[in-house]
Each structure stands twice: as C-alpha cells, then as structure tokens.
Design a protein around this ligand. Structure first.
Ligand SMILES: *Cc1c(COP(=O)(O)O)cnc(C)c1O
Length: 428
C-alpha cells in the first residue's frame, strides 16, 4: 500500500485529537470567559446556531460574484444562503439594497470610499482621537493615504459633536463623502444634522453604525435611514453575528458601484460560511426576543454609566445612548493601561481607550471603554450592572491608593465577579 495522503481521522476526528496546542487554548478560553465579566465593547456571545454555521461545509465552497451571477459552478445552495442574508438585512434595517460579503468593517468602509470617491478627493470624517474609526481616514490607515481627509472632533467642554462645525467644514471643503459614526462615541448621532452637512457640501452621507447596529435592529436607537445614503456595520458587535460586515443603501444608482467596489474592487471570494452565519444572525435579530435584548442592552449601558458617575467618574459625553461608554480617568489620577490590567486581574475585562484629545502616550491612554452587549446576552440585568459599577469603582479606587500592588482588592473583587456570573452559564 502506498503511504496515506490523509492523516487518520481526517474527515471525522475533532480538533482535540488532531491538534492539542490549539484544542487546549480553546479549552482554556472557555474557562477564562466562564469566570469573568466581559465588557469589551466590540464583543458579544453568539448563538449555537450562528457558531455552528461558521464551521459548516460551506467553508469548502468558493464562488465569485453575486447570487445568480457567479463565475464558479455549483453555486445553487450558496445562492440561497446569500440571497437570504441580503433579504433579511434589507427587511431588518428597512432599505432596498444590501451587500453581505465584506470580511470586516474596515473593508466595508473601504469599499464605500472606493464606490463614491476617486483617489485624492476629500472625505469629511470624525478624528480618530475624538472617537472615530481607523478606516475613516486615520493617518496610519490606507484611507488617509488615498484620500484627502478633513476631520471634525468633539467639543472639549462636553465631549459632544459640534454639528455647526461639521456643517461649516462640509460647506468649506466640499467633500465627496461625509462619514458619521465611530468606535468610542457613546451618544446618539444627530443623523438629520449630518444630512444637512452632507447637503451643504454636495456630499453623500455614510453612517457607520458598527457599535449600535443591534440597537437600531431592535428599535432601541433611531435608524440612520432615511438620512443616510449608505450605512455600514460590523455584524459581530451588538448585532450579535459572525465576524464581518454588511453595507446597506437605497439608491439604485449606487447598486453596481457598491457591489463592484466589494467584488472585484477589494475582495475575491466571499466567506460563504460567514455569509450563512450573517443570515442566521440577521434572522435572529428579526425575532421579538431581539427587540427585548436591544432594550436591555441600552438600559444596562445606562445603568452602568450612571453608577460609574455616582462613584465620581467622568464619562465622555456625559453618559450613553449606545451599548458603550468611555470613562475619562484623568480626574482620578489614573491612566488606561494599568487600570485595564488591574480590572483584568479582578475578572473584569475592558479596554484602555484614548479620550478626546488625549495627551497621554498611546501605549497607556487616559480612558477606559466599557460595553455591555456580551454581558447582556449572558443574562446580566440592571441590578448586576449596578453591582459591577461598584466593583469597577472599588478596583480603581484601590489602584489609586496602591498603584504598585492592588492585589487585595483584585482578589476580593474577583471572588465577587465569579459569584455574579456563576448562575449564567453559556454553552454548557
Ligand atoms: C469596529 C468598527 C469597525 C470595524 O472593524 P473591523 O475590525 O475592521 O471589523 C468599523 N467602524 C467602526 C465605527 C467600528 O466601531
């Protein structure tokens, strides 16, 4: 017999029999996430169905193009999948067109830039320092190298967008595109004011609703339509789907331009198992439970925000209308990196974040960002978030008093955290 081409169990053995290094890391990740409160704003906990579909045999199929117009044969079943994802996205967000192939939020935004502007043309977007996103024209991102980026920030006094400034900048610079939305802006955006800005400059308006898309889907946040020409969102944050993004719009004149910008403009084959998982997640978001989930996310975010304020923390923008909030640590004499590390040792997982016009080193930063989408999926409610706010305050107060060794407080809080999450198992 010639030597085998495939290792034993190639088609049948689970990963723990094939690759102990990776299997063990996954097992440890299960334990880690079981015992902590996850407050990373971009994370969520997916349903079993959405997870399963990502490991389905659709991962083996490749196609190029769109349903009904593929370059590869054998696309009959994946056409059903992608068509369902498109239809559900349009139904959920009340628009006519959707592209569901972008591998990430950044790529979806790049596709929109590619669709509506030529290299060298002007884009008006929120500064990264003020809470914008890398893909909106940050200096390290390709978007700033290809386009002329003009940016707006937030007011120093209250951390809010100055819409008169946005409108004046649009009038002055005549951008091709105005971008609304960011990664660390906690308050509701005034979509009508952004529309006025776009109109003042003769621009199209893109709303990137990555963080609050789940709230829009569940009716807990105003929809960017009809004000926006184009809406992008990641699917994995409050929308609770797989890694990736979708692009939504209404104008027939943009249909070819956006679809061509995604493929063949920026991507080749889509990840069909991910497109399928997007379809399942969008189907879940159309159910009445999801509207209740969205309300709970907003209410939990507001509870945590007001609890932190009661404990004397400054919140950028004064609070939140979204799943996330941004704490300015300067008044407490703390910085982001050690605060996030101490919280992690106490079982509370969050990320350091710059605050608007941060002057502290980017490796340290002056802020902490908290989001409640994942912990709300896990089952935590307002009473829990009141308690969590108090525990965060306890850790940070301990750190202020004992910057070099906060172990006593961390150990005490870690035990309290375990007690809070123990009644809320996830996948079993
Ligand atoms: C998270 C996020 C993205 C995208 O991210 P990827 O990491 O590329 O998926 C884009 N825009 C905003 C506003 C975001 O918050």
């Amino acid at each position: 017999m010639p030597p085998a081409l495939l290792s034993p169990g190639y088609f049948t053995a689970p990963v723990d029999q094939i690759d102990p290094v990776i299997a063990q890391a996954i097992a440890r990740e299960k334990t880690r996430t079981r015992d902590v409160i996850e407050l990373i704003a971009s994370e969520n906990i997916l349903s079993r169905a959405v997870r399963d579909v990502q490991g389905s045999i659709l991962t083996n199929k490749t196609v190029e193009g769109y349903p009904g117009k593929r370059y590869h044969a054998g696309a009959v079943n994946v056409d059903v999948v992608e068509s369902a994802a498109i239809e559900r996205a349009c139904q959920l967000f009340g628009c006519r067109f959707a592209n569901v192939q972008s591998h990430s939020g950044s790529q979806a935004n790049h596709a929109v830039l590619h669709a509506v502007a030529e290299p060298g043309e002007t884009i008006l977007s929120m500064n990264l320092n003020a809470g914008g996103h890398l893909s909106h024209g940050a200096s390290a991102n390709f978007s700033s190298k290809w386009f002329n980026i003009v940016s707006y920030g937030v007011r120093a006094e209250d951390g809010l967008i100055d819409y008169d400034e946005v409108i004046a900048l649009a009038r002055k610079h005549k951008p091709k595109l105005v971008i609304a939305g960011g990664s660390a802006y906690p308050r509701a955006l005034d979509f009508a004011a952004f529309r006025r800005a776009a109109d003042a400059g003769g621009a199209r308006l893109l709303v990137d609703m990555a963080h609050f898309a789940g709230l829009v889907a569940g009716g807990a946040h105003e929809s960017p339509f009809p004000h926006a020409d184009i809406v992008t969102t990641t699917t994995y944050k409050s929308l609770r789907g797989p890694r990736g993004a979708i692009i939504l719009w209404n104008d027939e004149a943009l249909r070819k331009r956006i679809n061509n910008a995604v493929f063949p403009g920026l991507q080749g084959t889509p990840s069909l198992q991910i497109v399928a998982a997007k379809a399942v997640a969008l189907g879940e978001a159309l159910r009445p439970e999801f509207a209740r989930y969205a309300q709970a996310v907003l209410s939990n975010a507001r509870t945590l925000a007001s609890c932190l304020r009661q404990h004397g923390f400054d919140l950028v923008g004064g609070g939140t209308d979204t799943p996330l909030m941004l704490v300015d640590l300067r008044a407490k004499g703390l910085t982001g990196a050690p605060a996030a590390q101490s919280l992690e040792r106490a079982g509370i997982i969050a990320n350091m974040n710059p605050i608007p016009s941060d002057t502290v080193d980017l490796k340290v930063m002056s802020g902490l960002r908290f989001g409640v989408s994942g912990a709300t999926t896990r089952g935590l409610d307002g009473a829990h978030f009141d308690r969590i706010g108090a525990l965060i305050a306890e850790v940070l107060e301990g750190l202020r008093q004992h910057p070099d060794d906060n172990r006593d407080v961390e150990d005490r809080v870690r035990a309290a955290v375990r007690e809070i999450v123990a009644p809320f198992p996830t996948y079993g």
